[in-house]
Write a protein that binds this ligand. Sequence first.
Ligand code: UGA
Length: 437
Amino acid sequence: MTLRLSVIGTGYLGATHAACMSSLGFEVVGIDTDPAKVALLSQGKVPFYEPELEDLLAKEIASGRLTFTTDINAVADCDVHFICVGTPQKAGSLAADLTYVDASLDAVARVTKKGALVVGKSTVPVGTAARLRARLQDINPDADLAWNPEFLREGFAVDDTLRPNRLVVGVTSDAAENILKEVYASNLKDGTPWVRADLPTAELVKVAANSFLATKISFINAMAEICEAAGGDVTVLAQAIGYDPRIGNRFLQAGIGFGGGCLPKDIRAFMARAQELGADQALEFLREIDSINLRARQRVIELVRKDLGEDLKGKRVAVLGAAFKPDSDDVRDSPALDIAAQIHAAGAQVVIFDPKANESAAKRFPALTYASSSEECLKSADIVLHLTEWKQFRDLDPVKLKGLVKNPIIIDGRNALNRESWKAAGWHFRALGRADN
Ligand code: UGA
């Protein structure tokens, strides 16, 4: 008999997981405490921008296999429950806030049938799974808990969920592993690597992976600082070291650094947990990774001051991009929006255009001005900042745009524009980590 699945928490991870599992033929019920979100999802609408997800969701809702509700009792008959709620950074601390994970576990534990498997997917501090497993079995001795971290990237969420590059399952029994093998049978058939681990290792794989990615980005941004000081070019340097397969060329794009709902808070929560474990020295380097990352934002602001002078009052600054990365409307800890807000706070008139994130950015920073096109954004600008590398920005015509601005100065905060064509069109072109800043 086909397994019945529940997905608790229908944010990025949960909504995508629910739709993808349904597309594999499972009956899936998605639970969220937010009635507005449940209402939207039930109509096949996604409350955030993620390519491919809305089409898939609408299709799965229409199939009748996928439903959403706020009523936790609806999961009572499910065989497997995926916990996909958020673990944001706690206010005033580096640690993760586990309120939602704890509440979801309790809610599921109370209603689930005997023999069900609860599977954590949220990113949690190591040790959480064992604690939750004990709590689950206190309430419901016949249920078991496994940990199955998620590695999806925003912008590629559907593809990453349906075709993950590995599946990691933290389990304490063969029975739990076998249930997960049934859930992921199609991936196993396709040859997706399967890693069985204990609970703490499975939790650690996730934060270790994100810490490694953050380290790669901050490494190249540190090299960018050195290139600027020494007159080198970080894009050439990245290309050259990337040919060594031990290093690899991905995640070596120097610029304003990493943001989003995962990397920044994950490395901080990891440091906080290491301290609790008495192993803080092991992750001391992540503090530096965080500082390098935040410093990149200041370097853009310094470049703006270099061109416009210390006093930014009244200057018109055009900002292309607000999302933390392209193909997303997510502005959580977005380097682009942070730079825009800081320049605004310094007295400049900041005009932003992002193809998808204007609305989410305006919710966070209503005082900034939002334009509905690149052209409108650039009108009469004293300087242009390219801060999120949407494809449509790479396709802009520097010749045409030059006629719109007051000063043809552009800072490429993502090293993604074609410097030669901007320069040939008469722009003063600056970029992080490249000579002639
Ligand atoms: C990240 C991980 O890549 C996923 O594997 C993980 O599942 C996810 O976090 C999570 O924990 O849920 P995501 O936050 O979607 O995914 O974004 P990334 O593609 O990793 O990019 C993160 C940030 O790094 C972005 O702000 C991006 O602009 C920046 N970045 C990335 C660089 O500055 N340079 C690069 O070379 C690559």
